[in-house]
Design a binder for this molecule. Structure first.
Ligand code: PSU
Ligand code: MN
Length: 320
């Protein structure tokens, strides 16, 4: 006799298995307990222009492989959560029309209707967790937007960090956000913000934000130990590793600040709302800085890939 709870658990396990589709490389690596790093695809479809988006997605994968881990780029296609895309599939995704930027709320709809989606930080965390991947590399997370007290624009990424057990490596909170308010919400939600080899909270395009990270960590092992301790205690939720952009790629603070202010104003004037805000700000920043913000974005995510692969290595060493 199985009780209702057991039946629920079985049905759910079946649903999850049915909806996940792994590349052979990722499936083998997970099976063998080798380090795996999840990667998002909203940055490909909505975050960067072609061909830099595809070039970056591929170079990030190469960096992860060279550091001894396996990359798992994630998308939603054909009713499945795809875990691990080939180079050709990444290229095809970049060209596909009408790809939905998919966060938590969008996942069930896209999966049930078979539409194609690219995954945000929130959706990639969910996918990684379902697939048994503990480390996820991105550029920057979504957060509390400027003037959020009026617009209520707070990224679902923050709520996801509160509940889903994944280590997220980013270059801090994007400077297009209100970084102080983003930190306040992360504190409320109980998400540890770890400065990687720094006391400062980096601000994506720059190594400092004027705010401090909650704690400084200096090694991949230290991050793995904190994650294992948190989850071992049953304290669910993510850990945000804030890894500063490399010194030689950092943008000029004054220049970036005026570009951000102009971009935010333009978004408001044009009535941009909801999920369109972040892509609009990123592309406006790119044109206002004549490509400098895009170049910085590439460098910082490549650096995050290296650190993320090392953290995935430390996580795998602890478990094996
Ligand atoms: N930061 C970037 N590029 C991006 C994003 C963030 O530098 O493409 C994407 C991520 O997928 C992130 C999403 O999860 O934007 C946040 O969108 P929103 O603010 O609508 O939650
Ligand atoms: Mn938003």
């Amino acid at each position: 006799m199985v009780d209702d709870l057991q039946q629920d658990a079985r049905t759910r396990k079946h649903t999850i298995e049915q909806r996940l589709s792994y590349s052979e490389e990722v499936e083998t690596a997970l099976h063998e307990g080798r380090p795996v790093v999840a990667l998002e695809t909203t940055i490909v479809t909505h975050g960067m222009p072609y061909p830099v988006n595809v070039e970056t997605a591929l170079s990030v994968e190469t960096i992860i492989r060279q550091a001894g881990a396996v990359p798992a780029t994630i998308s939603i296609q054909g009713g499945k959560i795809r875990v691990g895309l080939s180079a050709d599939e990444i290229e095809a995704l970049a060209h596909e029309k009408e790809v939905v930027k998919a966060s938590r709320r969008d996942l069930p709809v896209l999966l049930a209707t078979g539409r194609t989606g690219s995954t945000t930080v929130a959706a990639t965390m969910i996918a990684a967790h379902l697939a048994g991947i503990q480390v996820f590399v991105t550029g920057g997370i979504g957060g509390v937007h400027r003037a959020a007290e009026r617009t209520m624009d707070v990224s679902a990424d923050l709520e996801e960090l509160a509940r889903t057990d994944v280590i997220v490596v980013s270059a801090g909170a994007k400077a297009i956000l209100d970084i102080g308010l983003t930190l306040e919400v992360l504190e409320t939600l109980g998400v540890p913000v770890l400065g990687y080899q720094t006391e400062d909270l980096p601000a994506f395009y720059t190594r400092t934000s004027g705010y401090q990270a909650n704690f400084r960590v200096d090694t991949p092992q230290a991050v793995a130990e904190i994650a294992a301790t948190k989850w071992g205690l049953g304290l669910h939720g993510g850990i945000l590793v804030a890894n500063p952009i490399p010194l030689d790629a950092e943008l000029n603070q004054a220049e970036i600040t005026s570009a951000i202010e102009a971009a935010v104003m333009r978004a408001e004037q044009q009535g941009v709302t909801g999920k369109d805000v972040t892509p609009f700000l990123l592309s406006t920043m790119e044109s206002l800085t004549e490509g400098k913000s895009l170049a910085a974005n590439v460098r910082l995510i490549e650096h995050n890939a290296l650190v993320g692969a090392q953290i995935a290595g430390a996580v795998a060493d602890r478990t094996n």
